[in-house]
Ligand binder design. Structure first.
Ligand code: ZN
Length: 328
């Protein structure tokens, strides 16, 4: 699955997105700079005006962390300014704060902040505008408040819309992946069903001869087919498999018990270390247990018996000969 799609963003916006505090610090600095010319003019005898300036600009640094609190602090600073009868151009900070509330907070908070600011507009118009310009001042400042409010809410709406688009695209991609997985699963199930029909409805028996040149192979095959057909398990296929070669290790414990019961000592485990084909010194032969009297007093008479796979032995205790099926 690929990464979820994101809306394309130009690099200045990307940079600004990565450094929000720096951007907001710059905005606060600009607001402060706007106030400087007026302050140089007036603050000669009232140096505390600079503190009021800072109170109206600095909170903007945290405007996105807590828009409502920043707006409240700025509104309080503006009220102090109004009470003191000082006109400060950096009241523009209130517009930035209102925009931020409208862009990041609920619509209710945005309307509340706009209402608070509108009250401030009325107060300011009556206090600072010349008598004939009160209405014009009110309309102008209200226009600024409305603009900040609408720009903020528009930005928020657009951001929500973009987020919804991105979310929908990611969901569509997830659904596509899921569809693909379901299709693959269905295909595997179909193949398995077909394999079952082909394989399971005809019985195949794999036979490995104990001796690859055995002339009885065809008789054995025919016997297997006859037995399975007789049991109603046909149709039957015989597959003769010569590799890996048969070994006496494949004889089951039950098979070995039957050999012993028949009088033939069954083979022990195949010792691969003893598989060297040429030897010049005869191997020591460990005594076998007599299949008739269980005596260990036995001796080997010949390395080969009635067939090449057997050796001929004799029990000294009971005097009977017996055969040993060699491990091969
Ligand atoms: Zn014996």
């Amino acid at each position: 699955m690929t990464a979820p799609p994101t809306a394309p963003v130009s690099w200045p916006r990307r940079w600004a997105g990565r450094h929000p505090r720096l951007v907001d610090g710059a905005i606060a600095g600009c607001v402060f700079l706007i106030g400087i010319p007026g302050r140089l003019h007036e603050a000669g005898d009232r140096p505390w005006l600079w503190a009021l300036d800072i109170a109206l600009a600095a909170p903007l640094i945290w405007r996105r962390r807590d828009p409502v609190a920043v707006f409240a602090v700025l509104a309080a600073a503006a009220l102090v300014q109004w009470v003191l009868g000082v006109r400060l151009t950096d009241d523009v900070a209130l517009l930035v704060a209102l925009y931020t509330v409208a862009a990041y907070e609920s619509r209710r908070n945005a309307i509340g902040a706009a209402a608070v600011l509108e009250v401030g507009v009325v107060l300011a118009a009556f206090r600072f505008a010349p008598a004939r310009g009160v209405l014009a001042s009110f309309v102008f400042l209200s226009g600024l408040v409305a603009a900040a409010f609408f720009i903020g809410t528009t930005v928020q709406t657009r951001r929500a819309y973009l987020a919804a688009l991105v979310d929908r695209a990611a969901r569509a991609e997830r659904e596509r992946d899921q569809q693909a997985r379901l299709a693959a699963t269905a295909e595997r199930a179909r193949l398995a069903r077909e394999m079952h029909d082909v394989v399971a409805h005809s019985l195949t028996v794999v036979v490995t001869p104990t001796y690859s040149g055995c002339p009885a192979t065809e008789v054995i095959e025919a016997s297997i087919v006859t037995a399975l057909d007789g049991a109603g398990l046909g149709p039957t296929q015989i597959r003769m498999q010569r590799a890996p070669a048969w070994t006496s290790d494949w004889i089951t414990a039950a098979g070995k018990a039957k050999l012993r019961g028949y009088g033939i000592v069954p083979p022990g485990p195949v010792d691969l270390a003893r598989g060297a084909p040429l030897r010049f010194v005869p191997r020591a032969v460990a005594p076998l247990v007599c299949p008739r009297c269980d005596s260990q007093d036995t001796e080997r008479l010949a390395a080969f018996g009635a067939t090449a796979c057997k050796a001929l032995w004799r029990c000294r205790a009971c005097g009977e000969p017996f055969e040993h099926f060699k491990a091969i």
